[in-house]
Ligand binder design. Structure first.
Ligand code: ASP
Length: 402
């Protein structure tokens, strides 16, 4: 197996360059996929990071609550968590250090939708998407207009950039932007230049990042993860779909999107039909992963249409993944940089989680969280074995580090 950049960082940190070891933290508790069985209602599914909160959503369904309310209870957990750097408060910011959030939702029983994109200073954008749905004649608001609408609806403006996320952003800025970091006149610049000439470049680069991370005050135990985020800008999102005992369904997806993105960039998460789609007659589906790819196949909508025409949740999801592959004519030199996971719930309670890649086995495979009376995470079914290589490929360090 080729050494991935993720492997590269961890293996350098462990002094085993070339060993190809993954840096997965042990999270445990991921079960094999359940064989298809009679569905139990209510049922609620989410991305794997929803597992701490899925019980609250399930309980709401048991008590006869609305399906969108239930799904919002699940995704609000990561939105409120400052330590989850993929969503809401503490999300990794754009290239200017500003957190911009995206979300959309669909309410099956009333066949309505709401979405917000590029929202600053408002933490709970999934709920804001529902406000757009409930309190405007529109479906989508973006940017400043969405923020002003949020304030008008009683949302509180707050700084979403936590100190931890700010430092990781600074680490990226210091090492990847030409006019940040040590300038030509700085003695450190000279030292770095000499190092470049006399040591292995990759190891030296990693050591430089370690040094800058230390200078920025990033805690030793957080440095490796911070460097990984800098080298390979992460994505991260949560989707949740819920089905109650009456057969009503809803779905919601919320994210801070791709780290270090261009200001104004929206991925698939706020796009109805890509990041989330619910059709009360068929089912509900959502996505996490390479947003640009998912937009091009309208992933969530494609899956619902596939199920409408008779495919199982698993077949419907695999077909959507294959459409992404088709867009690259099966060229694995490019597909290896993509990742995609779909979370799929059919109207009868059958569900599936499917991924482009398995993820890190055995501890961090791609997973779907499920609660139908028993909360659990199950491994997704993947199109390819292994892990995606993260994009972009090893970036050139800025001139300040060379
Ligand atoms: N799909 C999201 C986006 O592209 C990111 C993610 O799911 O991790 O913004």
């Amino acid at each position: 197996m080729a050494l991935t950049r993720r492997d590269f960082v961890s293996s350098i940190a462990m002094g085993t360059v070339g060993a190809g070891l993954a840096d997965a933290a042990v999270t445990g508790g991921v079960e094999a996929r359940q064989p298809m069985r009679a569905a139990k209602l209510p049922i609620i599914i989410s991305a794997g990071n929803g597992i701490p909160y899925i019980g609250a959503g399930y309980q709401h369904l048991l008590e006869g609550g609305d399906t969108l309310d239930a799904a919002l209870r699940v995704v609000q957990g990561p939105e409120d968590d400052p330590n989850d750097d993929s969503v809401g408060l503490g999300g990794l910011p754009n290239e200017e250090g500003v957190v911009e959030l995206d979300a959309c939702c669909m309410h099956g029983p009333t066949r309505r939708a709401g979405a917000v994109g590029g929202v600053r200073n408002i933490k709970n954008v999934a709920r804001l998407a529902r406000e757009v749905m409930q309190h405007t004649g529109h479906v989508m608001l973006v940017g400043e207009g969405a923020e002003r609408f949020a304030v008008a609806r009683g949302f509180v403006r707050e700084n979403l950039l936590t100190d931890a996320s700010r430092k990781v952003w600074l680490l990226w800025k210091e090492t990847h932007a030409d006019w940040w970091g040590a300038g030509l006149a700085d003695p450190a610049w000279k030292e770095r230049e000499q190092q470049r000439l006399h040591t292995d470049r990759r190891l030296q680069y990693y050591q430089q990042l370690q040094q800058v991370a230390e200078d920025l005050g990033i805690e030793p135990e957080l440095r490796q993860a911070a460097i990984h985020h800098v080298l390979f800008p992460p994505t991260g999102t949560i989707h949740c779909s819920a089905l109650n005992a009456k057969g009503e369904m809803s779905g919601v997806t919320t994210t801070s999107g791709l780290a270090w993105k261009l200001p104004g960039r929206c991925g698939d998460s706020p796009i109805i039909g890509a990041g989330c789609y619910t059709d009360q007659d068929v089912g509900s589906a959502g996505a996490t992963g390479s947003g640009e790819e998912n937009i091009k196949v309208a992933g969530a909508h494609t899956i619902i249409e596939n199920m409408r025409h008779g495919m199982s949740p698993l077949e419907a999801g695999m077909d959507a993944l294959k459409r992404i592959v088709r867009n690259y004519n099966g060229d694995m030199n490019r597909i290896k940089y993509l990742d995609m996971t779909y979370y799929i719930l059919r109207k009868d309670g059958a569900y599936a989680g499917v991924s482009m890649w398995t993820g890190y086995e055995p501890d961090q495979p791609h997973a779907i969280a499920v609660h139908d009376g028993r909360p659990r995470r199950e491994k997704t079914v993947s199109l390819y074995e292994g892990v995606s290589q993260e994009w972009p490929p090893m970036v050139a360090p800025s001139s300040a580090l060379l």
